[in-house]
Design a protein around this ligand. Structure first.
Ligand code: PLP
Length: 414
């Protein structure tokens, strides 16, 4: 089934019809598609496997509200995210990581009943002191920077190499000794978030097997009870070839087959960000100008990477679709382009403000809309919003029952 772009086009028509000289940029979210996608992912997980949402990917309140009853809880990485989430979801289970947690953040997480992923021996000491002084018991996981060798070769790797995340493997024994002497800390398991952008379902299954085997080895060696292994996030989105998405069907089938052979084991917990929310978001921007420089055709759009940093952050050319515009801007006799490869840039005064490069396009004119899909994760929330102080984009939500179509997890593989 192909995406139905009509609900997106309807929002663009509405923005055009407002009669402003230049229509605003907008993020448009499809919450129906987000919910179907999340429900499908959850249904594909075998028993004893949990799904959390890493809200750093996109923490807009309607996104969180759409996901809250479909996931086991939210993963947060700051006191700001903790306050943000707790304001609306006072009872939802929370887990918290981050390499530089303040005492105030540890204290607030403790008071909120969040599970803490500890990332250094010093953090462990500080949390124990806080828990003791509050007369509370903190539930903790140890985040470990596990050597992975060939198992981790995506474009964004947080472990198996020098990074500030988690404890080094050679600190584990000391951490366990200290934990044993700290009744105020209740050890529940291990946390591994070692990579993002995993596009290979079989490689990811191999990684999870590696985690479980490692934890079993530690259990045997240290006589440890481990309730849960947090296997992190990291499932990738194929921005460059969106028609070849991560093969969720193969992944969930492989996970079920494998776990059926494992007998008694700790719960496995995913904390997915990108793969949950990327597909539900669209960034729409009107074309302001068209120009050709040294043989390269440029479309200058309103906004740019200060709204939508995803392509610059990942170094890719982001997929988009053109829609004819009907605003005052489109009514002008502006430049046009036909049968050309176009590079889409924003309004910033830096040559790095590029959203897509050399994309073949049949026709383009000033006032047309470009709508970037796969813009629901690490998009607005990782962008440098106030650089040049252009207006921020609007945040729009498609009305319920007007979904732009199936998320790729539900589409047949090509
Ligand atoms: C600790 C932790 N967990 C989960 C995630 C989510 O990762 P992804 O969006 O690749 O699923 C991140 C992202 O940086 C993270 O830092």
């Amino acid at each position: 089934m192909r995406p139905d772009w009509r609900p997106i086009a309807a929002v663009l028509a509405e923005l055009d019809a407002r009669g402003e000289p230049t229509p605003p940029c907008a993020y448009i979210y499809d919450l129906d598609a987000l919910r179907s996608h999340a429900a499908h992912l959850r249904a594909g997980l075998p028993p004893g496997v949990e799904l959390y949402y890493a809200i750093k990917a996109n923490s807009e309140r309607p996104i969180l509200a759409a996901l809250a009853d479909l996931v086991h809880g939210f993963e947060i990485s700051s006191g700001g995210e903790l306050d943000w989430v707790r304001a609306d979801f006072p009872r939802l289970p929370l887990i918290m990581s981050g390499p530089g947690k303040l005492d105030e953040e540890l204290d607030a997480a403790l008071a909120a009943g969040a599970v803490l992923h500890l990332e250094s021996l010093w953090e462990l000491e500080r949390l124990a002191g806080l828990a003791r002084s509050r007369g509370r018991r903190a539930r903790v996981f140890l985040r470990i920077n596990l050597p992975l060798g060939e198992a981790a070769n995506t474009t964004l790797v947080m472990g198996g190499r020098p990074t500030p995340f988690g404890l080094a493997v050679d600190e584990l024994e000391l951490a366990l000794e200290r934990l044993a002497a700290m009744p105020e800390l209740q050890f529940e398991g291990f946390h591994f978030h070692l990579l993002s952008h995993q596009r290979d379902a079989h490689a990811h299954l191999a990684l999870l097997r590696r985690y479980l085997a490692q934890v079993r080895a530690w259990q045997a060696r240290y006589g440890l009870a481990v309730a849960c292994i947090n296997v992190g996030g990291g499932l990738g989105v194929n921005y460059v070839e969106p028609q070849q998405p991560f093969d969720w069907q193969a992944f969930s089938a492989g996970l079920s087959d494998w776990l059926a052979t494992e007998g008694t084991r700790p719960v496995l917990r995913f904390e997915l960000g990108r793969y949950l929310s990327a597909f539900c978001g669209f960034y729409a921007t009107p074309v302001l100008d068209l120009k050709t420089r040294y043989g390269r055709h440029y479309a200058v759009v309103r906004g740019g990477t200060q709204h939508f940093r995803t392509p610059a952050a990942q170094g890719h050319s982001h997929p988009f679709r053109r829609f004819p515009g009907a605003s005052a801007l489109a009514d002008q006799a502006g430049p046009e382009l036909a049968d050309a490869a176009v590079t889409v840039v924003g309004q910033l005064c830096t040559p790095k403000d590029v959203l897509a490069s050399e994309v073949p396009i049949a026709r383009l004119k000033v006032g047309d809309w470009l709508v970037f899909s796969h813009a629901g994760a690490y998009a607005w929330h990782i962008s440098h919003h106030d650089f040049l102080r252009h207006p921020h984009p609007e945040q729009r939500y498609l009305p319920a029952g007007h979904s732009a179509g199936l998320p790729p997890s539900l589409e047949p593989q090509q």
